[in-house]
Design a protein around this ligand. Structure first.
Ligand code: NAG
Ligand code: NAG
Ligand code: NAG
Ligand code: NAG
Ligand code: NAG
Length: 655
């Protein structure tokens, strides 16, 4: 009985003693809800247990101390070992670029820091007492500003301070990685939680400071290790706690999430799961207005951007709106997006205008992806018309024509009231520019003859060689385009009809240009290869004479070119009708005369008397001799020609 009783008493005594010492010299706070702390200044414990020392107010300080003081001195007067660790976070206001000023873990004989200053004094000292050994303060500072006054090494360092702010040891914040020993920087004011360990070995008089991002195990190599004789600092009653201060420029929040302290032993680890959350963006102090101040500009900007984007979208949609009907799908490969044409012609800029004709305006442009130079012809049309479908079909089929003397139609585009046709760009414009204006540029006979042959060859292709018989309907000098090498390119197929959009092609309405219209057209209204030949005849005379087929004379008299040439021909003076600018080309006189005669032959009032286009090319090539103009032609009374004049005399030059 006795021994057990004795043992039991001893046991309880031991328990009591160990409890007594441990209650005095060891604590863990995983969050500070209910913790007994002495707070001053701006320090407060948030409802979630987060200890906020200072929070985003300028020039303030805050302190938090463990309420009961601890004995740091052994009975023989030696400083005792201690170990502590805490989780903290520092975050600047709007960004993480600037932070001020810092915080510190400290051991102090007093909790009265009323005379300490904020800002660079970290709420620890003032300008009078910093460095005075009567302070008896040991601090580990986390300093986010470089202060030359205290010989700070940089603006992101950890330092050991004894009695003053001039650190006895300091290092750039960071840690040695355990696996490879490499040093990694830490940004103190990143807003990210990190953990700091402060260990003092009283025997060895060695103070170690270690840090790492939160949840990373304590690195085995400390950031700072310093031998310190703390005999003159430590007392048998010292307070442990934290201090922080903000500056005037960039209010900063300093938080402690958790804290563990052990006297004469290793500090218990923190329970990360229990640590309070850091505020996401801001803290209660006028938090709403500040977050609004940050967010509102973004919200307004985003809203304005959205409105602008919507407007731009709507405007662009209207700007580039096209007409696309179901039947058009099969021609999709020939359709050009209006946007491309708009860009190619710089928005149909007047500077891009290369011609204005009876059917619309022609713009020069460069297609965006291919850099291909094109001519875009804008023709007004009635979008609702019946004929449009047929017309587009025809245009597309014409787009399949391939002949060196036919202007390549690349495609089309339709908009409300507008049809756009895209051709290859012709640098030398159209032939009429070189014919009628005798003061302007001219063409020598060789070029004119080459052009005539080219147009004839194109017509043979259209009339006989392609899969369908194509009637051009509007052969005239202004529809003959010239490329860089002065090769003729016949263009503007079917445009005569597109202009009279919606009109049934079989209607009796006459299509074409006055002066080029075969007399039978006025009777039947039907185009045929022979009406094309008639127009080609007028074109030949036009090229050789350098005159329009129908010329208004000075007294309002109308001169029909064919009549005039015919009269001269009858009198044997046909060469008098040739373009005076060709007068010097005597060697070509025979050819010119042949062309004038061929022009009359093609313009024969009786369709059957006209040659076919194939025959025309044979005459032009000299493979066949030109037949004599028949006696019938000579004696023909020209009722149709007269009628022609009578019908069209009061119209303009062109329908
Ligand atoms: C703190 O110290 C100042 C001056 O040293 C003194 O005036 C003040 O009363 C002290 N405050 C407390 C609470 O002891
Ligand atoms: C240190 O502080 C004590 C008491 O506050 C004062 O008497 C002493 O003059 C100070 N020493 C220096 C060097 O400022
Ligand atoms: C760490 O910080 C120091 C001092 O600011 C700097 O010289 C060094 O380049 C940094 N290292 C890395 C990896 O960022
Ligand atoms: C301080 O760190 C050194 C290694 O640099 C280690 O040997 C020593 O035990 C540490 N002291 C304490 C008190 O942690
Ligand atoms: C530490 O300092 C005290 C007085 O401040 C001195 O008496 C003691 O010898 C020093 N200890 C060592 C190991 O230097």
């Amino acid at each position: 009985m006795m021994p057990s009783m004795f043992l039991g008493t001893f046991f309880y005594l031991f328990l009591f003693l160990s409890f007594a010492t441990s209650s005095e010299s060891k604590f863990v706070f995983n969050g500070f809800s209910g913790a007994k702390l002495g707070l001053d200044g701006d320090a407060l414990v948030a409802s979630n247990g987060l200890l906020s020392l200072t929070s985003r107010t300028s020039l303030v300080k805050g302190h938090a101390f463990h309420q009961t003081p601890l004995n740091f001195k052994s009975p023989v007067g030696r400083p005792l070992s201690f170990s502590t660790t805490f989780a903290c976070a520092i975050s600047g206001q709007y960004n993480y670029d600037i932070s001020a000023h810092g915080m510190a873990f400290l051991i102090s004989p007093t909790t009265n820091f009323s005379t300490a200053l904020s800002a660079q004094f970290l709420g620890l000292f003032n300008s009078e007492n910093s460095g005075n050994s009567t302070n008896r303060i040991l601090a580990v500072e986390l300093d986010t500003l470089q202060n030359p006054e205290f010989q700070d090494i940089d603006d992101n360092h950890v330092g050991i301070d004894v009695n003053g702010l001039r650190s006895v040891a300091s290092r750039t914040a960071g840690y040695y990685h355990d696996s490879n020993g490499g040093f990694r920087n830490l940004t103190l004011h990143s807003g990210q939680p990190m953990q700091v360990w402060v260990d003092f070995d009283g025997e060895a008089m060695q103070l170690n400071v270690t840090m790492a991002p939160l949840q990373i195990p304590k690195p085995s190599r400390p950031l700072l290790s310093r031998t310190l004789n703390l005999s003159s600092v430590m007392l048998d009653s010292m307070y442990v706690g934290f201090s922080s201060a903000t500056g005037s420029s960039s209010p900063t929040s300093h938080y402690i999430l958790g804290w563990s302290f052990t006297m004469n032993g290793e500090a218990d680890p923190l329970d990360y799961a229990k640590l309070p959350q850091l505020p996401l963006l801001t803290v209660p102090h006028s938090g709403i207005s500040k977050s609004l101040a940050i967010l509102l500009p973004f919200v307004i900007c985003s809203f304005l951007l959205l409105v602008v984007a919507t407007l731009v979208f709507l405007i662009r949609r209207a700007k580039y709106a096209e007409l696309l009907e179901d039947w058009e799908r099969e021609y999709a490969t020939h359709r050009f997006p209006y946007r491309d044409l708009f860009r190619a012609t710089r928005g149909f800029d007047v500077k891009q205008l290369i011609g204005v004709g009876g059917f619309g305006s022609v713009y020069r442009g460069v297609l965006p992806p291919s850099k291909r130079e094109v001519a875009v012809k804008r023709v007004s049309h009635d979008s609702g018309s019946q004929g449009m479908k047929e017309f587009v079909a025809e245009i597309v089929s014409i787009g399949r024509l391939r002949h060196p003397n036919i202007a390549q139609l690349l495609g089309y585009c339709r908009r409300r009231g507008e049809l756009l046709l895209i051709y290859d760009f012709m640098p030398n414009s159209s032939l009429d520019k070189y014919l009628y204006d005798h003061s302007g540029p001219s063409l020598d006979w060789a070029r004119r003859f080459g052009i005539i042959k080219g147009v004839a060859s194109a017509l043979v292709y259209l009339h006989e060689e392609w899969e369908k018989v194509v009637i051009h309907r509007d052969i005239k000098a202004s529809n003959v385009l010239l490329d860089g090498e002065w090769n003729a390119k016949l263009g503007d197929f079917g445009l005569a009809r597109s202009c009279q959009h919606g009109i049934d092609p079989r209607s009796t309405r006459i299509i074409g240009t006055i002066g080029y219209l075969a007399p039978e057209l006025s009777r039947t209204g039907r185009s045929s290869t022979m009406t094309d030949v008639f127009a080609f005849g007028a074109f030949l005379l036009e090229v050789a004479c350098g005159r329009r087929p129908l010329v208004l004379e000075a007294q309002g008299e109308k001169l029909v070119l064919v009549d005039w040439v015919l009269e001269n021909w009858k009198e044997g003076t046909v060469l008098a009708t040739m373009d005076p600018r060709l007068a010097e080309e005597c060697s070509s006189a025979v050819e010119i005369e042949m062309v004038l005669t061929l022009g009359l032959l093609c313009s024969h009032p009786v369709p059957e008397a006209r040659p076919s286009m194939r025959q025309v090319t044979q005459f032009l090539d000299g493979d066949e001799a030109l037949p004599e103009l028949s006696a019938a032609y000579m004696s023909y009374s020209y009722p149709s020609l007269i009628q022609n004049k009578a019908i069209y005399g009061d119209y303009g030059m062109s329908l």
